[in-house]
Ligand binder design. Structure first.
Ligand SMILES: Cc1ncc(COP(=O)(O)O)c(C=O)c1O
Length: 487
């Protein structure tokens, strides 16, 4: 990817970790070699023991080194260059018109065939959802449905469900009033309404690079330009680059995913979210926060959102149950801070209200108390599937491939060496083999990331998956360098 050669940014410990990772890549440090002790590393580099420990922990979490009690840290036998993560992105500067619909629609149509191994889809396997239980909840709520319920909830949506959503926010440390929440037809409608509330045609909005193609489609639909900002594959948008854009280009809004970003899987640490909100508050710039994957963390607790730190109503927080519970029900929501009235009005103008039976069914399900148990099961499945996919890509893709290792959601981003097959060519060749992938250019307004793929690990692992990754790896390594068209 552009900027691959650039020195990594980030804190001191990340730089140290990257330096050691590069030594492993270059075979300076070889499998089984012992790393300098913490004391030696401190003395040699004039840094604190905490910095060295953090760097070693990071390398351990990337599978590059392991610690042995009372002996120190050693390079893992299976550590290879492929354990490296992609670098900070370096998107083209300036605001750009978006024209991506055809590319995205082609990709989604290709992926719809049930015979195809679905590494390119945006959804996890249907078997991960408790659809029978939810359908039963639909039956219960339908029996309680009276004639008034069709108009009672215009336009904000079922109050019981909004209360349940409000309780979940509270349990994650964010206090949102039930009246701030507007239910929408999936997160996508909510995101579009937010964009409509804070921009007009010809404005510009900052997005991540790469970013969710749904954001690009929304910008294209509204005639709004995209300013793509450098984004790190582990902790998200580069705040100093964002500050510079805010100062010099005065965009009307920023649109980000702070948790388990699609496609990178990166997440902003809590303090970075706070700093982001402080920065945006200084420039009075609204944040459209797309948080559809926050509940799908693989370990620990549900992460905070930028919304948690918003004291001025500038964050419009969007999510849905499409990825976590009931994809076909199309129930999402927006908690829009100072823009809540605008969103209510726009929702009414756009579609009056959402589907009342679907909302009532989800309210019934959430009140039954089964949601947490279901999420625990789903998170464990996703974590195991991620490990299998990462391991398989590491073994089968060409030497020099880099990939992300998200701690939530169900996507990894694979950054192949420049002499691999171009991602769009690879997508076409993979479809012939009945495998779908999402090629990098789907995630950029300028058709960048032609050496990158997004792969989905939301489906049960098996020999068919292993075989599909072996085939993709073989295709990736197939093309002569002459085929590569740089953006
Ligand atoms: C990042 C992101 N945001 C929003 C959506 C849309 O969510 P929904 O299906 O609830 O409209 C998707 C779906 O792919 C997504 O990946």
């Amino acid at each position: 990817m552009p900027g691959d050669h650039l020195p990594s940014k980030g804190s001191r410990y990340e730089q140290l970790a990257d330096e050691i990772a590069r030594q492993i890549e270059d075979n300076v440090l070889r499998p089984g070699d012992r790393l300098p002790s913490v004391r030696q590393a401190c003395e040699a580099r004039q840094i604190s023991p905490a910095t060295v420990f953090q760097a070693y922990y990071l390398l351990e979490s990337r599978g590059l080194i392991r610690s042995e009690p009372r002996s120190g840290y050693f390079v893992n036998p299976r550590a290879t260059t492929r354990s490296l993560e992609p670098a900070l992105s370096v998107p083209p500067k300036g605001a750009h018109r978006v024209d991506i619909t055809t590319l995205v629609m082609d990709g989604l149509t290709l992926a719809a065939d049930r015979e195809i191994i679905p590494l390119g889809t945006a959804y996890p396997d249907p078997s991960l959802f408790p659809l029978d239980t939810i359908n039963r909840s639909l039956g219960v709520s339908a029996r309680q449905n009276d004639a008034w319920s069709a108009v009672n909830h215009l336009p904000t949506g079922n109050e019981r469900l909004r209360r349940e959503i409000g309780k979940r926010y509270l349990s994650h440390g964010t206090d949102i009033g039930v009246n701030e929440i507007v239910l929408t037809n999936g997160a996508m409608e909510g995101l579009n309404l937010c964009l409509e509330a804070v921009t007009k045609r010809g404005d510009s909005v900052v997005v991540e690079s790469p970013c969710f193609y749904g954001a690009l489609l929304a910008l294209e639909r509204r005639g709004v330009k995209a300013i793509e900002a450098p984004t790190h594959p582990r902790d998200g948008i580069d705040l100093s680059a964002l500050a510079n854009i805010l100062e010099t280009q005065r965009p009307q809004a920023v649109w980000l995913m702070t948790n388990f970003q699609n496609p990178l899987g990166c997440s902003m640490p809590r303090e970075k979210k706070r700093a982001l909100v402080d920065l945006l508050t200084r420039y009075e710039t609204p944040l459209i926060e797309d948080d559809v994957y926050g509940e799908l963390h693989h370990d620990g607790e549900t992460p905070s959102s930028a919304k948690t730190f918003d004291r001025h109503g500038l964050v419009l927080h969007c999510s849905s149950f499409s990825k976590t519970l009931a994809p076909g029900y199309r129930v999402g929501w927006v908690a829009a801070g100072r823009f809540a009235d605008d969103i209510r009005r726009l929702k009414f103008m756009a579609s009056m209200a959402g589907s009342i039976p679907a909302q009532a069914a989800l309210a019934e399900y959430l009140q039954s108390g089964s949601y947490e148990r279901h999420l625990r099961h789903m998170r464990a499945a996703l974590k195991a599937q991620k490990e299998a996919l990462v391991d398989s890509v590491t073994r089968h893709f060409p030497h020099g491939t880099r990939l992300t290792r998200p701690t939530g959601g169900y996507f990894i981003w694979v950054d192949m060496p420049w002499d691999s097959t171009d991602a769009l060519t690879l997508r076409d060749a993979a479809i012939v083999e009945k495998i779908s992938v999402s090629p990098g250019p789907m995630f950029s307004s300028q058709g960048e990331f032609r050496n990158c793929l997004r792969l989905n690990f939301g489906h049960p692992w098996g020999t068919n998956m292993e075989q599909a990754i072996a085939t993709l790896g073989e295709i990736a390594g197939r093309a002569p360098a002459a085929m590569i068209a740089s953006p």
